[in-house]
Design a protein around this ligand. Structure first.
Ligand SMILES: [Zn+2]
Length: 328
């Protein structure tokens, strides 16, 4: 090819993906190796709940199964987002799964594409308020590579949702990255920011241990709304006007910002595919996160579905992979 000649977009993409110097994300779909389980209470409902996480075949995604309701299934998809305020809930045909964001954040960040989550009540257990217990569970379960190549959702154009001094935006990128900025007028919080490329190791170390948090002066109002019935100092950080109520203090000086990143990833997971894009969130919450997801998914000109390339050893003889929306 002559220098300066026009390269058709598809050809360019084919060359990029078949030799693949830029693509360093996982190539094959995954599930877990063996069943794992946990018990706890729901943060908001306070009800006792058990979950079992089981392997699932390629192409399944993450599916919740209500074992107390005839094994009714609710896929972890933006299409089933129901009520979003202090937590993200999914609903299908009147059946609810509440507070999905921590568990889904862990699956998404740890690169588990397919699993069944059996659950015997309406809310995912809060455990210690962070993603760390779910990371331990998934590590205990082990990861299994499946024979289907991953299909990524790659952002093509910037997309933004804003309002009331809050904003969330996604920009094109060849990997999944976050910038997260929060502000809470409290002497132990204030303004906090983080930027990261989301990889399983970085997530497990820097994000997963960050716990749910609340401010003491707001707790009664939340209880009056029927929320946080399961909250204790073992499942959340409580900021009092003069400090932190939890006897062991914070896990990170900027634990609130890290937890907001955890929640954000859990809501982005409702896209249902791994993401290639850079998300910038400024004081955004669940409602704004899912509004961004809905905006992306309702306009096919904003993204491509890109199949991961052949592994290098196979690429020489195999037909190169094209990105095509038809794959979705
Ligand atoms: Zn949370």
């Amino acid at each position: 090819m002559k220098i300066g000649s026009v390269v058709p977009e598809k050809l360019l993409l084919r060359r990029m993906t078949s030799t693949n110097p830029a693509f360093d994300a996982p190539i094959f779909e995954t599930t877990i190796q063996r069943m794992v389980e946990a018990k706890g209470v729901g943060l908001h409902s306070g009800v006792p709940v058990s979950i079992r996480i089981l392997p699932a075949p390629a192409g399944t995604g993450i599916i919740f199964t209500r074992t107390d309701l005839d094994r009714f299934e609710i896929p972890a998809s933006w299409q089933y987002v129901q009520r979003v305020s202090y937590a993200t809930s999914l609903m299908r045909q009147g059946v609810l799964i509440s507070t999905t964001e921590h568990l889904l954040s862990v699956f998404y960040s740890m690169g588990i594409d397919n699993a069944y989550i059996e659950i015997d009540n309406l809310e995912v257990p809060i455990l210690d308020g962070s993603g760390a217990p779910f990371v331990s569970l998934i590590r205990q379960a082990g990861s299994k590579t499946l024979r289907k190549r991953r299909r990524y959702l790659r952002i093509r154009k910037p997309v933004q949702v804003e309002g009331a001094g809050k904003c969330i935006r996604i920009e094109p990128a060849d990997h999944f990255a976050l910038s997260c900025h929060v502000y809470f007028p409290h002497p132990h919080v204030g303004r906090q920011s983080l930027e990261m490329r989301v990889t399983p190791d970085a997530y497990a170390r820097d994000i997963a241990p960050a716990r749910t948090f609340g401010f003491e002066q707001e707790l009664q109002q939340m209880r009056d709304m029927g929320l946080i019935r399961g909250a204790t100092l073992d499942s959340a950080v409580c900021f009092a006007p003069d400090g932190v109520r939890n006897p062991d203090g914070l896990r990170f000086p900027d634990e609130p910002c890290r937890h907001k990143a955890l929640d954000l990833i859990g809501d982005l997971a409702l896209i249902g595919r791994p993401l290639l894009g850079h998300v910038i969130a400024e004081r955004a919450g669940h409602a704004m996160h899912v509004a961004l997801v809905a905006k992306i998914m309702s306009d096919a000109s904003l993204y491509d579905i890109v199949e991961a390339p052949q592994p290098a050893a196979e690429a020489e003889t195999a037909v190169p992979v094209l990105a095509a929306r038809a794959l979705a």
